[in-house]
Design a protein around this ligand. Structure first.
Ligand code: AMP
Ligand code: FE
Ligand code: FE
Ligand code: ZN
Length: 293
């Protein structure tokens, strides 16, 4: 069984419409796919309406969070929430807050670039985002369009990196508050790509342990941004802390090289994550009353 629990659509910084994402997931041979756009559940309805036979959908989202170290260093991290109630007031307000922050911060990065004579306009970034939660990949695409950089990856290595002078952080939420909020909304939480080192600083193991004590359910072990030794380390940590280990592609369509199903989650891990009461249930075309798809 092929299970991919982390993908993006045009509801955030992916390039497939939610309906296209479902079709592509089926073509890629996935049996279960989660849609996890940044800070939005805006793709759920379209994905559900377009769900092909034989594919099960896990509605989710990837929440922008941060952790402040003992020495005051701010580390940005991502929390996947699955099967939560999209109408839960607190969690809906947090998504809205984060999307508004993404707009102001995206504009601030573009302003910084423009002030330095870099060819990019905010209007074009908004067009490219097509109504989705705005992120640096949208700015990167405009930089590619304008010939400023050769590809999206180059934009991230230089102009858009967290260490660039143009970079502006988002108003990320506290990760422990986010874990609690996902649970209050009836969902399940997984720490996304904990050791994606090329994106910037990563948290130490004791922070992951504290997240586990705060109710975190799982951690992504298999991920395209994880080195082999880091995956082995995370698998051991998951065992020690009683966290469920997942594997996912973090597919973003044409915005990233990773393909659907590049990393996958074991069926036993899937069952452990979702065989519990949640506000939403996995969606499939099967008749109601069937066993957990
Ligand atoms: P933001 O959410 O605006 O801070 O932008 C971060 C997003 O950019 C994440 O969702 C990543 O998936 C994506 N990203 C990070 N590095 C790269 C890269 N080298 N190429 C393409 N996308 C990237
Ligand atoms: Fe992304
Ligand atoms: Fe992420
Ligand atoms: Zn992601």
């Amino acid at each position: 069984m092929t299970i991919d629990l982390h993908t993006h659509s045009t509801a955030s910084d992916g390039t497939d419409r939610p309906a296209e994402l479902m079709a592509n997931a089926a073509t890629a041979g996935l049996e279960i796919v989660a849609i996890t756009d940044h800070d939005t559940a805006g793709g759920w309805d379209e994905a559900e309406a377009a769900l092909p036979d034989g594919l099960t959908l896990i509605p989710g989202a990837e929440f922008s969070c941060a952790h402040i170290d003992d020495d005051g260093q701010r580390i940005s991290l991502h929390l996947l929430g699955y099967l939560f109630d999209p109408d839960h007031d607190g969690l809906r307000a947090e998504r809205a807050r984060l999307r508004v922050s993404r707009l102001g911060r995206g504009r601030a990065i573009v302003d910084n670039l423009v002030a330095d004579g870099v060819a990019v306009t905010w209007n074009r970034v908004v067009e490219v985002a097509r109504g989705g939660a705005v992120g640096r990949p949208h700015i990167a695409r405009v930089l590619v369009e304008n010939g400023v950089v050769g590809d999206v990856d180059e934009a991230f290595r230089e102009l858009l990196s967290t260490s660039s002078k143009y970079y502006v952080p988002k108003a990320d939420g506290d990760v422990f508050a986010a874990i609690r909020l996902v649970h209050e909304a009836g969902g399940v939480s997984v720490f996304a790509h904990p050791l994606a080192r090329r994106r910037g600083a990563v948290v130490a193991d004791d922070v992951i342990a504290e997240m586990a004590r705060s109710g975190l359910d799982g951690i992504e072990v298999g991920h395209p941004d994880h080195a082999a030794d880091d995956q082995a380390h995370l698998a051991g940590l998951a065992g020690e802390l009683g966290l469920i280990a997942t594997g996912s592609s973090d597919y973003h369509g044409a915005n990233k090289a990773t393909t659907l199903g590049a990393f996958t989650t074991e069926r036993v891990a899937y069952d452990a994550l979702f065989d519990r009461p949640t506000a939403r249930r996995p969606v499939s075309q099967r008749a109601a009353g069937d066993a957990l798809p």
